[in-house]
Design a protein around this ligand. Structure first.
Ligand code: DC
Length: 239
């Protein structure tokens, strides 16, 4: 059977999660935010007081971690870490830094791999991350690498964070994002990069609606192109 999974990779702030959520709703598929898994591992290490770069000790924590993804009525993914809903807490800036650091560890990547693959076996998914097209779902039916210029990405993330914390500073957001980009792209284990067969979608000059339209066009073109269109006249005849 054709693999209808969509792999959506790209750097932080490119619009992956906002666009994937909307696309999932639009096409009636499941959105899987894989960054949330790394964030949960990062949060656990942070809570246990283990340094985010201390690979042996982060690795030792893994058997204590149980993760579950749940979906609420709006299709929003909720993350349970050892039974506790940490969906909001994993978004704090410190958890972002921890997530980026622990995601460079091979042990952490191996720990999270099967969970991600199982989701794509069970459901038609749009899965966002850094290595979905290259490692997690190399046979995905559609691979998209979504990106935008760093300044633009930082500004978008800044606006997002500002809603939660009015004291947010653009320079801080930009510096943290650049450091995370560097970490994610230069690491040895599954670095952030476009798969050879990925379509590149650059949203620097696109607003949200335009980006969404571009994404929907790619999905429709790939998966729904051959489905018969119901014509207005034929509907009228039936009536
Ligand atoms: O998508 P995000 O910003 O929530 O991801 C948090 C961190 O997790 C990010 O810095 C890189 C890492 N990550 C990863 O290495 N591989 C993925 N598939 C998803 C996220």
């Amino acid at each position: 059977m054709e693999n209808r999974s969509i792999a959506l990779d790209g750097p932080a702030g490119a619009g992956k999660s906002t666009l994937s959520k909307r696309a999932a709703k639009h096409f009636g598929i499941i959105y899987v935010d894989t960054g949330a898994l790394y964030r949960c591992v990062g949060l656990y290490a942070l809570r246990r007081g283990v340094d985010s770069r201390d690979e042996p000790n982060v690795t030792k924590l893994l058997p204590e971690i149980s993760l579950e993804m749940k979906y609420d009525n709006d299709g929003i993914q909720r993350m349970l870490l050892n039974g506790e809903d940490v969906t909001d807490e994993i978004r704090i800036p410190e958890a972002s830094k921890y997530a980026s650091d622990v995601s460079a560890m091979k042990s952490v990547r191996a720990f999270l791999l099967s969970m991600q693959r199982e989701m794509a076996v069970k459901y038609d998914t749009i899965m966002d991350g850094r290595d979905i097209g290259t490692v997690v779902l190399p046979d995905a039916g559609l691979k998209i690498f979504i990106t935008a210029e760093p300044k633009k990405r930082a500004y978008r993330r800044y606006l997002e964070l500002l809603e939660k914390d009015p004291g947010t500073k653009l320079e801080d957001v930009e510096a943290a994002m650049l450091s995370r980009d560097k970490n994610d792209s230069e690491r040895e284990a599954a670095p952030l990069k476009a798969a050879d067969d990925a379509v590149i979608l650059d949203t620097t000059e696109l607003n949200l609606e335009e980006s969404f339209e571009a994404l929907c066009n790619l999905i429709t073109e790939r998966f729904f192109r051959h489905e018969p269109q119901v014509k207005e006249e034929s509907k009228l005849q039936v009536l």
